[in-house]
Design a protein around this ligand. Structure first.
Ligand code: SF4
Ligand code: SF4
Ligand code: SF4
Length: 223
């Protein structure tokens, strides 16, 4: 609930023009991702918020929830990094990616005039998919999230699991919108993590999952 309030406040401040998401701010988000993880994705991004709401609507309507097979997810989650590399090297086929961002920019500036019909259509398709799959755009297409995710693998604050107290119920894995594997690692260093902290909220054992200073950079899989 706290997260939803922060997300709504950020959108309202943006729409009122009290916060401007400009290049400098993206640099700040990038540096903070390097230290704290991508809080922008989990707590501020309007596109992420829109997908969270659609997921809630999907659940409310009892629509089927699609959890992508673990092995398939391991491979297809690289799509956003591949797309990011293509964009870095100037390939301009990114109309598909650009489209939802135009809507995103429109929301932040409260100016929808420059958004083409095709942008709305692609955005709409993604949002419909979001009724069935958690954060599809974030997971497979977003180059901004790819950037934050890549640097966040070096983060010094992250989700820490107390192996001794963990009862292996796997609720954390089930609640994670990005399908990050939490229940078998000591701490989360997955570039897909958006720092939403839903895993911590879902854990039934108090103090088992915490957002903490993480010294050890190596994260072997442990049961
Ligand atoms: S991955 Fe992209 S769309 Fe998703 S929350 Fe992060 S910046 Fe926003
Ligand atoms: S549920 Fe936990 S591991 Fe998954 S994205 Fe949110 S903070 Fe990261
Ligand atoms: S929700 Fe908590 S107790 Fe259950 S598997 Fe995850 S970390 Fe362990």
């Amino acid at each position: 609930m706290k997260r939803k309030i922060v997300q709504i406040i950020f959108i309202v401040l943006s729409v009122l023009g009290l916060i401007t998401v400009n290049y400098t701010m993206f640099i700040v988000f990038l540096i903070s991702s390097l230290i704290l993880g991508p809080f922008f994705c989990g707590w501020l991004c309007p596109l992420g918020f829109a997908q969270d709401i659609l997921s809630k609507i999907g659940k409310f309507l009892h629509l089927p929830r699609i959890r992508v097979n673990k092995n398939v997810e391991r491979v297809i989650k690289f799509s956003r990094y591949i797309l990011f590399i293509f964009i870095l090297f100037g390939f301009s086929f990114a109309i598909l990616l650009d489209s939802p961002y135009r809507v995103f920019a429109g929301v932040l500036s409260w100016n929808f005039k420059f958004i083409s019909i095709s942008s709305w259509v692609i955005f709409g398709i993604l949002m419909i998919i979001g009724l069935f799959i958690e954060r599809p755009f974030c997971r497979y297409l977003c180059f901004e999230g790819a950037r934050y995710g890549a640097v966040s693998t070096l983060r010094i604050f992250s989700i820490n699991r107390e192996v001794k107290t963990c009862i292996n119920c796997k609720k954390c894995d089930k609640e994670c919108p990005m399908q990050v594997n939490i229940s078998t690692v000591k701490h989360v260093r997955d570039p897909s993590c958006i720092n939403c902290l839903e895993c911590i909220n879902s854990c039934p054992v108090e103090g088992c999952l915490t957002y903490n200073f993480v010294l050890n950079k190596i994260n072997k899989e442990i049961k």
